[in-house]
Design a binder for this molecule. Structure first.
Ligand SMILES: NC(=O)c1ccc[n+]([C@@H]2O[C@H](COP(=O)([O-])OP(=O)(O)OC[C@H]3O[C@@H](n4cnc5c(N)ncnc54)[C@H](OP(=O)(O)O)[C@@H]3O)[C@@H](O)[C@H]2O)c1
Length: 310
């Protein structure tokens, strides 16, 4: 039986991938710092995300390792949280590399999470994988860019001759799970707060959870993929457009806008960062499209319709 290891797979993306690959006939092993009993889709083994332990035996002869571990970025970037965000990503990447190197029969492919936030704040230029990387004061994204760069560098530096490596530059994944943005957006809209956020002109890149899983499967199967890949639907929209579509689908006539200063204050009280809302992410899936990948949900309207009604 084919086996996929989901390191840090107890969260939102791990949940959707476990369900998808279990249905496709794979054995799923989740590596977690707090293992719970086996679920319908997966069994869970203990790891600390930092040191090689008994868990490493699970990698032997596995088809794929997918690293999803990392302290959520949805928090205030205090010194302590910055350290947790960075260390959890670098440590888990480094230790998976060590474990893969020790395998007699290493996994065929290693997918390590990264982020579509790595590209420069852009209102006009769509960013495929050749897009410019970097921060701008306007987007308040210096820390996120530093994390993304160091995370990908740590991944690049591990040499695994028999294991293909792909960095997943993922856009916001839209789904129903805990930690997904979609339920938060829907709640705002239902409470009449679903208007433009800040200028509303900033672009939002997104991908429906089904396409995210299908794209991951595609990357596992296409033997010629290596390096960074954008996981984003082909049609990013402005924040204004996103909120308008969701209001229409939820039949919410009123949507109070939130000005930039309101977002700064709100983010403080909600213990999150304004960057998550104000940065313009205009990211497109250059490599996926070029390889012939077909999206099921190409427009945000199709994705929202599906999530609101199912
Ligand atoms: N969700 C999105 O839309 C999105 C978009 C772009 C990129 N990403 C990236 O994709 C990855 C997975 O996202 P997700 O939404 O599934 O995140 P999530 O729900 O927060 O899950 C991440 C998992 O990482 C583990 N973790 C948390 N803190 C850790 C620490 N200090 N050390 C080691 N492990 C730790 C946790 O597992 P245990 O507590 O069981 O160990 C947790 O379940 C993340 O790296 C995220 O930055 C997500």
């Amino acid at each position: 039986m084919k086996r996929v290891i989901l390191a840090g797979g107890s969260g939102f993306i791990g949940g959707i991938l476990a369900k998808y690959f279990h249905k496709a006939g794979y054995e799923i092993v989740i590596l977690s710092r707090a293992p719970r009993g086996p679920s319908l889709d997966a069994r869970t083994e203990y790891w600390d995300g930092r040191t090689v332990g008994a868990w490493a035996a699970e990698l032997e002869g596995a088809d794929a390792v997918i690293n999803l571990a990392g302290r959520s970025v949805d928090c205030r970037y205090t010194l302590r949280n910055r350290k947790l965000i960075l260390d959890s990503r670098l440590d888990s990447t480094r230790v998976l590399g060590e474990a893969i190197k020790r395998c007699g029969v290493p996994p065929r492919v290693w997918l390590n999470s990264s982020t579509a936030t790595i590209y420069k704040h852009s209102l006009d230029q769509p960013m495929d994988e050749t897009g410019e990387i970097g921060s701008t004061p306007e987007a308040q994204d210096a820390f996120s860019i530093e994390v993304a760069r160091r995370w990908e560098r740590a991944f690049e530096q591990v040499v695994t001759p028999q294991t293909r490596k792909i960095a997943l530059r993922s856009a916001m994944v839209l789904g129903h799970g805990r930690n997904s943005v979609f339920p938060v957006l829907r709640r705002l809209v239902r409470f009449g707060l679903g208007g433009n956020m800040a200028s509303g002109k900033q672009f939002v890149s997104w991908i429906h959870q089904t396409d995210f899983c299908r794209a991951v499967e595609w990357l596992l199967e296409k033997e010629d993929f290596n390096g960074p890949v954008n996981l984003a639907a082909p049609n990013p929209v402005t924040n204004q457009e996103m909120m308008r579509i969701l209001r229409e689908i939820c039949r919410a006539p009123v949507g109070l806008p939130s000005k930039h200063w309101m977002i700064e204050i709100g983010a403080f009280f909600l213990r999150t960062e304004p960057e998550l809302i104000i940065k313009s992410r205009r990211v497109i899936p250059g490599r996926l499209l070029k390889s012939g990948f077909q999206f099921e949900f190409r427009t945000l309207r199709e994705a929202f319709e599906d999530l609101v009604h199912n």
